[in-house]
Design a binder for this molecule. Sequence first.
Ligand code: HPA
Ligand code: ZN
Length: 326
Amino acid sequence: TDLDSFIRALPKAELHLHIEGSLEPELMFALAERNGVAIPYASVEDVRAAYAFGNLQDFLDIYYAGADVLRTQRDFHDLAAAYFDRAAADGVVHAELMFDPQTHTDRGIPFATVIEGLLSAMADAQARHGISSALILSFLRHLSEEAAFETLAAAEPWLDQIAAVGLDSSETGHPPEKFARVFAAARAMGLRLTAHAGEEGPPAYVYQALDLLQVDRIDHGNRALEDDALVDRLAREGMTLTVCPLSNLKLCVVDDLVNHPIDRMLDRGLRATINSDDPAYFGGYIADNYRAAAVARGLTRAQLGQLARNSFTGSFLPPDAIAAHL
Ligand code: HPA
Ligand code: ZN
């Protein structure tokens, strides 16, 4: 079979996906119209042309502005439903969705509106596509520890429907240590833990995520490769890295996919996975990410299979469900 069919047919889990980052320009326009919200773009082409980023912050500014069209429970439902349709077409059988409640609560959208819209789409995805899914509540690291605690408190009524907490947004200058106490509180509430680390931040931030946050996964982790002792430790501990090739390219974490470290990660014994991060902004969903990495790095089918298996091993599914997928 050809590469594309092979990749789509591989059962895989998506572990690093910001649901707000799956807002396609077409849906952005439709929601702007439906909600009477003004957006600073004349056309869908105009939006896509704005998606040229020099770094993480360039992207975040546009990503938070785009999220302003999301107002109602139905908007959040439609957003996630569109993602699940794409994921199903790509052979995703399990998806762990990050969402950024503060992006919405800070503009007056109730936490309940956001999460109920997402949960209804997740139930539909199970029924319509057979896709299981989980939610990861992500704290915005450019905001305060106190704001993160308030967000965790707002989530309490839905605690049994949230798998984990995460940490995203502007990495540099906002080290994991800033959130050590709120992560400890989340762990005490029975939640799993993940954090973006080593995307733009130094290896020290990856050490902090491990030692001070005690994370179960690292999102991105690219810059861990600068520190041999850290690489050895991540391999020894079986730590999952949720790597996002097209994101790395668009945010200039790598200069060219030809130099992407995905296969070096596997060769070093790291439990790397491939994910889409913010597919509407970075030019592709999960199969596009597998394909781009495979072509650029000449990945073998054995390596692609390993990456897909790692996505289940590294998931927040219960052990029996993980075993059933391997
Ligand atoms: N990094 C940090 N924050 C984010 C990202 C990312 O890749 N995507 C959405 N929020
Ligand atoms: Zn991310």
